[in-house]
Unconditional design. Structure first.
Length: 387
């Protein structure tokens, strides 16, 4: 009996050692959901907010009221009579032309969720830097990163991103980092933003060697200047493409969504390996977008009408969660601005298109194009403003 107990103890020890060697803790950190909840690993959950800007253990809610603060955030004086520990610093303020550091922590770890409420404008730019890099892996106007286009909030109910009333922005993309994670929010407008609320939840855990880092890149152009429109280009190395968000401004009545999306990968030149069959097909619809919808993997969330008075504003997302597009050397993604009329396809010239591409890849990543100037990001064209 004693020998049997000894053997059971050895078996348990060997099993635990095998789990540790196979990276159970890091696997659980990268696979959140109902199925992984019973897996009790050694990851330590931390969460950064204005009330705990470092995310350190036992450091939340320590702010002390400061009535002499020259430029306080919204509601900063509401807790003066209550004192420390009573919602003294729930928000931050980002003045015109300033950059706030939302997160700057040592790794390894995995960001699991970000919640943010801010002034919904393309003038607020969010950037993520992984592992001490000098150029960001994520650079986008904050609303567009959370699938909000045109500065117009609409509900998004998907696995990767949710947008809830009135303007609560959430993302659940897993974002591993090894030595450091740094997130900034820049106010490129000429007005102070007095209320930015945020919560960034991450787990301190080992990151598997094969895990790529998360990337997102914003672009914008008019169809007359660029058709096909480039969603992503210049990506080099091993990776997988995981999502597209598009804010499409329709400038001519009639159906605008005949354009094919194309994925040029691993040395493709003139012709792509993956070629779509239409814009609504790519966003998992059919025969146009007769009504808004928001699902786990795709949606068109604004109440636009292809035959309504222009401009019509479309907000479209497609997440490749179940069908990531793997590439080994390079990737370029384009979509045609192509309409339909008089039983013929027609190239569109007046539409204004913005997009965010999402992907994972092995570092280092290629430098991003320069962020378009604020005037281009804020433009709200009318039928008279374009040739």
């Amino acid at each position: 009996m004693k020998n049997q107990k000894t053997q059971i103890k050895k078996d348990k020890t060997m099993h635990r050692s095998t789990d540790e060697q196979s990276g159970t803790d890091s696997f659980a950190g990268l696979q959140p959901g109902l199925g992984s909840l019973p897996l009790l690993g050694r990851g330590r959950t931390r969460s950064i907010s204005a009330e705990n800007p470092t995310g350190e253990k036992g450091k939340g809610g320590m702010a002390v009221p400061n009535p002499a603060e020259p430029k306080p955030a919204a509601s900063a004086r509401a807790a003066d009579d209550l004192g420390q520990g009573w919602k003294v610093r729930p928000f931050i303020r980002v003045n015109a032309g300033e950059t706030a550091v939302l997160m700057d922590v040592a790794g390894p770890g995995i960001i699991q969720h970000i919640w943010m409420v801010e002034n919904i404008t393309q003038g607020m730019v969010i950037r993520f830097y992984w592992d001490g890099e000098k150029t960001p892996s994520i650079e986008s106007p904050a609303p567009e990163f959370f699938a909000v286009g045109h500065g117009v909030v609409a509900p998004v109910n998907s696995l990767a991103v949710t947008v809830n009333p009135r303007n609560a922005l959430n993302c659940f993309w897993p974002m591993p980092f090894r030595s450091r994670a740094r997130i900034t929010l820049s106010n490129e407008t000429d007005e102070d933003v007095t209320l930015v609320a945020y919560q960034i939840t991450y787990v301190e855990t080992e990151v598997p060697a094969e895990a790529g880092t998360f990337h997102a890149q914003y672009r914008t152009a008019t169809a007359g200047a660029q058709n096909p429109y480039t969603i992503l280009d210049g990506v080099k190395g091993l990776g997988r493409y995981v999502g597209t968000f598009m804010a499409w401004t329709q400038m001519e009545k009639g159906w605008f969504g005949e354009g094919e999306i194309k994925f040029f990968m691993d040395g493709d030149d003139r012709f792509p390996t993956i070629c779509g069959t239409g814009t609504e097909d790519y966003f998992l619809g059919s025969y146009g977008f007769p009504q808004p919808f928001s699902t786990a993997y795709s949606g068109t969330v604004l109440p636009a009408n292809q035959n309504g008075e222009t401009p019509q504003l479309w907000g479209l997302y497609r997440w490749h969660i179940q069908d990531p597009i793997n590439f080994e050397q390079d990737l370029r993604v384009t979509i045609q601005a192509l309409g339909w009329g008089n039983a013929k396809y027609r190239k569109l010239e007046k539409d204004v298109i913005s997009s965010v591409a999402y992907w994972y890849q092995a570092e280092p990543h290629a430098a991003f194009p320069k962020m378009p100037p604020l005037a281009d990001r804020l433009q709200k064209p009318t039928a008279e403003s374009l040739p």
